[in-house]
Design a protein around this ligand. Sequence first.
Ligand code: B1M
Length: 222
Amino acid sequence: MPEVARPDYALMNQLLYEGNAPKVKEMTDQALAAGREAQDVLQEGLIAGMSVVGEDFKHNRLYVPQVLIAARAMKAGMAVLKPILARSDAARPAGTIVMGTVKGDLHDIGKNLVCMMGEGAGFKMVDLGVDQNAESFLKAAREHGAGIVGMSALLTTTMPYMKVVIDAFRKEGPGHVRLLVGGAPVSEMFADEIGADGYAADAASAVDLFKEIYSSAPEAGA
Ligand code: B1M
């Protein structure tokens, strides 16, 4: 097998940092056309660029408008990768999963990735969007017969709301639903503390967890 040339990921990271959406999209297209794996382009070209944005945001070298523009460039690249990451041969969904970012939190890039990769693994992903309260998670889980509800939070101030959702499910939700949490500030320890059924550090581990849960309880919402 001939070696596939490595794209100029440093340049791609820089273009994402600058929020140059058309160029990021173009380089994503080119990397795929050159034979790079979608996962490789996602990690090295997009996520690596966004981590620099995060660091500079933290140290006040970038401000919200610039971060928004960078996020738009990241989404332009993700839109190219989506059909590949979400490609699935499964005719019947492997299970139904409701995903959302919790109340007060507007970050959706990580949650969108989990949805894309879940779709790619054959799950029916019901994406509620951002800023979702406990009632909407409950309503969607019932309406769609979901076996899993996944919550995302990117802020230390919104993480505690995950417990509100979990408590609501324990009190009145369908008993079989497994409640999973994730997002940059969330940890396994936090997940245990709030009584979640599982935690995933990234989108690929989230999908592994979905598979594990559905293979041990295939009746749950499938
Ligand atoms: Co915000 N922001 N932001 N931001 N932002 C962070 C999170 C922050 C860490 C930046 C920093 O200071 N370094 C900081 C939080 C600090 C804290 O809470 N301690 C922060 C802040 C402070 C804020 C505001 C308060 C800023 C302000 O207004 N002063 C504000 C809050 C708005 C709100 O939500 N109410 C705000 C706003 C924004 C923008 C709107 C500008 C923009 C969001 C755009 C969008 O999402 N559409 C934004 C962004 C882009 C970021 C950073 C730079 C990048 C986040 C991201 O998309 N990462 C972020 C810094 C950082 O995280 N390094 C930051 C890439 C993404 C692929 O990773 O989301 O972690 P991530 O998802 C991963 C995993 O975590 C996991 O899988 C994903 C893929 O592998 N995962 C799950 C995620 N969800 C999961 C759910 C699961 C499983 C796995 O369920 C089972």
